[in-house]
Design a protein around this ligand. Structure first.
Ligand code: AMP
Ligand code: MG
Length: 342
């Protein structure tokens, strides 16, 4: 019989305080405490984020242990996000996890946040495909902090093929959404308002970024300027055209992502793609990627919505996969905010 391994995963890299317990690859609990304070500021305020992690981390961990119906001493190891992310926020999760590991005398496992988004697909029942992607595959991480194409040769053999050269896709959507009058995070609002919109009403030019890299800062300025100019000519422009504006932005973003991934697939001869990160919960982006499956040999893996944005289960599964390979860490590790290679 396979040994039962229970891992506590802690995520605190941005504005979610999350803790999850997994047993082998099954999620027993997945607690996320959201920080609503950032809504009115149009983005995450780092100082508020770390203070709220400090306030909520014990509550999140206790809830995760209680709702998993386990005892603390059944936990085999604790994993936590080491980076990339906001340094003050990461330090809260890191300090807690180190103390927990020392207190219970259990191993410590550090997790790379981007790797964890991709490895979400190895949690049981985590994607709409009901299966794990086979290696090699291409991961597309589209989130609030990251936009990356990753070649995944094995659980911990990953290679970045392309990255954003400036803003992330999620940040771009959030900034545009703010201009349209939505609170942070605006990505879900763009999706909501696009439902009855004509996605071909407005044509936006797409960024010219080299190879497999992305660039969203020019694209963002182009749309912000467009909204400004149209609103100057007609102050009711946003109100009268909101669904069409949202649908047109969403389609353009989907096309940018799709074009790059087709390029990456042809370049690597890998036609198996796994989406990850908050923006991958967008229905239009999911639909556009799924349409690739009509072509021969393409396989598209889409995470269930609850596993797209930051969560503790993705940190716990990565911890479990490291545990199985004895990839333990010492308490002397330090969090990092920026990340270049795996
Ligand atoms: P993450 O950093 O993975 O937690 O993802 C957060 C980012 O995902 C934010 O920028 C959100 O605006 C974005 N996001 C979440 N849901 C959606 C959605 N349905 N459509 C577009 N963007 C979304
Ligand atoms: Mg994330």
């Amino acid at each position: 019989m396979k040994k039962k391994i229970i891992i506590l995963g802690i995520e605190s890299s941005c504005d979610e305080t999350a803790a999850s317990i997994i047993k082998n690859r099954d999620v027993l609990s997945d607690i996320i405490i959201h920080q609503n304070i950032h809504k009115k500021y149009g983005g995450v305020v780092p100082e508020f984020a770390s203070r709220l992690h400090e306030k909520n981390i014990i509550k999140a961990v206790n809830l995760s242990i209680n709702s998993a119906r386990i005892q603390k001493n059944e936990i085999n190891a604790v994993s936590f996000t080491l980076g990339p992310g906001l340094i003050g926020s990461l330090l809260v999760g890191a300090s807690f996890a180190k103390s927990f590991s020392m207190g219970l005398k259990i191993p410590l496992l550090t997790v790379n946040h981007i790797q964890a988004h991709i490895l979400t697909h190895f949690i049981n029942d985590s994607n709409i495909n009901n299966s794990y992607p086979k290696f090699p595959f291409l991961g597309l991480v589209i989130s609030g902090g990251h936009t990356q194409i990753v070649k995944v040769n094995d659980f911990f053999k990953m290679e970045i093929l392309g990255s954003t050269l400036d803003d992330s896709i999620g940040d771009t959507l959030d900034k545009i959404a703010r201009k349209l009058g939505f609170y942070y995070p605006g990505g879900p609002m763009i999706e909501l308002f696009s439902k009855n919109g004509n996605c071909k009403k407005f044509i936006f030019s797409k960024p010219l970024s080299s190879g497999l890299n992305f660039s969203f800062s020019g694209f963002k300025s182009h749309i912000l300027q467009f909204i400004k100019k149209k609103s100057k000519d007609n102050p009711l422009f946003i109100k009268q055209n909101l669904p069409d504006i949202c649908a047109s932005i969403q389609r353009t973003i989907g096309e940018i992502l799709l074009e790059k991934m087709k390029k990456a697939a042809i370049k690597t001869n890998i036609f198996r793609i796994a989406l990850a990160g908050g923006v991958s919960s967008n229905y239009e982006i999911r639909r556009m990627f799924l349409s690739l499956e009509k072509r021969k040999n393409w396989e598209i893996f889409i995470p269930k919505k609850k596993y797209t944005t930051d969560n503790g289960a993705m940190i716990a599964i990565t911890g479990l996969l490291k545990y199985e390979k004895n990839l333990f860490d010492s308490i002397y590790v330090s969090p990092y905010s920026k990340f270049n290679k795996f």
